[in-house]
Design a protein around this ligand. Structure first.
Ligand code: PLP
Length: 409
């Protein structure tokens, strides 16, 4: 069946909630993906960092296969023989005390919101049902109704209200604004260390350390959403480690599932985790034995393959090569580790056109917010592939500029 036929079928029987690029993928290995016609692409997107270990990493596949020979899903109504070790290893990896495992990133964030509110009532004596959480403008934390309720992206919100109250907004990257926004009802600050979907926005150095000082001064929680920035993406195991701060909790997801299945977690101090009591929260699939086996191997791989360090080193290569491009269409370059945002001048080139031109050159990348091209290859990518992809980007930018100029004529 042709690629176009498969795309039409998706369109006919599916919801139109993604504007996918016109490529139909059939298999993948490492940093390479192959379409139904056998054409090879360099993956510069890693499924929004879910495939940070590359596709079908043999150790992750083996861990999952071995588990499938033994035990599948039993629910949390019973204990299972790997879960305690997973908690210990994951909490230790993050430098925190305890874990609550869920499935998607959005669920981990929902868990964080529940934890923060309950902590606010139980520990901070905030009057019942009035707790507030401070979030940033331009945030992206997932797609549940509560979470899109505090997004300021009209496309994510339109038609989905009424939304839950209890969130106040501050500009991202301005620590002083957080302090001004704190009220007696504030329980927590919930922030991405780097805004991913917002366009790979890197805050000024010292931002997280200053947030930590402010939260301590006011006795409130600092919760960092590391769903996209965690697991080596920024060149450290977690983005907060660049500033040597210890948050009260983080949310993780994506790479934790090794690209094989959804695994997410809320990881916190013991004191904060203690707000959860039997019946207060849960998930049928969260912490299931298959997810546990893959999650344990993902944490082990980060260490065994020194992937955060690889991300730091190759991230410098990527940013250096991007700087060399000198396209008139590029307004700004941002990034940390193997994670870059290329901000385009929409008058010179459309990000979507650049992605299509990249696709024709065998490189898969996707725009965010129409004018930013996000580059987040698997951390296992070879330097030669990375440099070839950036060279292709140079050509794609030239082509998209020409297209734009022609359209303007
Ligand atoms: N938090 C952040 C920072 C994210 O980038 C995302 C997804 O892109 C999420 C949460 C939601 O994760 P999921 O799509 O697995 O629900």
């Amino acid at each position: 069946m042709s690629g176009q036929h498969l795309i039409d079928r998706e369109r006919l029987f599916g919801a139109q909630n993604y504007a996918a690029l016109p490529v139909v993928l059939a298999h993948g290995r490492g940093a390479h993906l192959y379409d139904v016609d056998g054409r090879r692409y360099v993956d510069m997107m890693s499924a929004y960092s879910a495939a940070s270990f590359g596709h079908l990493h043999p150790r992750l596949v083996k861990a999952m296969r071995d588990q499938l020979e033994r035990l599948d899903i039993v629910s949390r109504a019973f204990h299972s023989d790997n879960l305690g070790a997973f908690y210990e290893e994951l909490a230790g990896y993050a430098g925190l005390d305890a874990c609550l495992v869920m499935n998607t990133g959005a669920e981990a964030v929902e868990t964080a919101i529940k934890a923060a509110r309950r902590y606010g009532y139980d520990e901070l004596a905030i009057p019942q049902d009035t707790a507030e959480i401070i979030v940033a403008h331009g945030n992206f934390h997932g797609r549940t109704t509560t979470i899109v309720g505090f997004s300021d992206d009209p496309a994510a919100r339109r038609g989905f209200g009424p939304f839950a109250p209890g969130f106040s907004h501050v500009p991202f990257g301005e620590a002083a604004a957080v302090e001004r926004a704190i009220t007696p009802a504030t329980a927590a600050v919930l922030i991405e260390p780097i805004q991913g979907e917002g366009g790979v926005i890197v805050p000024p150095a010292g931002y997280l350390a200053e947030l930590r000082r402010i939260c301590d001064r006011h006795g409130i929680l600092l919760i960092l959403d590391e769903v996209q920035s965690g697991f080596g993406r920024t060149g450290r195991d977690f983005a907060f480690m660049h500033e040597d701060v210890r948050p009260d909790a983080i949310t993780v997801g994506k790479a934790l599932g090794g690209g094989l299945l959804p695994v997410s977690a809320f990881i916190a101090t013991r004191r904060l985790m203690n707000v959860f009591t039997p019946g207060s929260h849960g998930s049928t699939f969260g912490g299931n034995p298959i997810a546990t086996a893959v999650g344990r191997e993902a944490v082990a791989l980060m260490r065994d393959e020194a992937l955060a360090e690889r991300s730091r080193r190759l991230g410098e290569v990527q940013l250096g090569a991007l700087r060399e491009l000198r396209s008139p269409a590029v307004l700004a370059l941002r990034g940390k580790g193997l994670w870059a945002g290329v901000e385009l001048d929409p008058g010179a080139a459309k990000a979507k056109d650049v992605c299509l031109a990249l696709l024709r050159r065998g490189v898969l990348a996707k725009e965010t917010h129409e004018s930013v091209l996000r580059l987040a290859p698997p951390l296992v990518i070879e330097e030669a592939d990375l440099l070839a992809a950036v060279r292709a980007l140079g050509e794609a930018l030239d082509e998209a500029c020409l297209e734009r100029a022609r359209a303007a004529d």
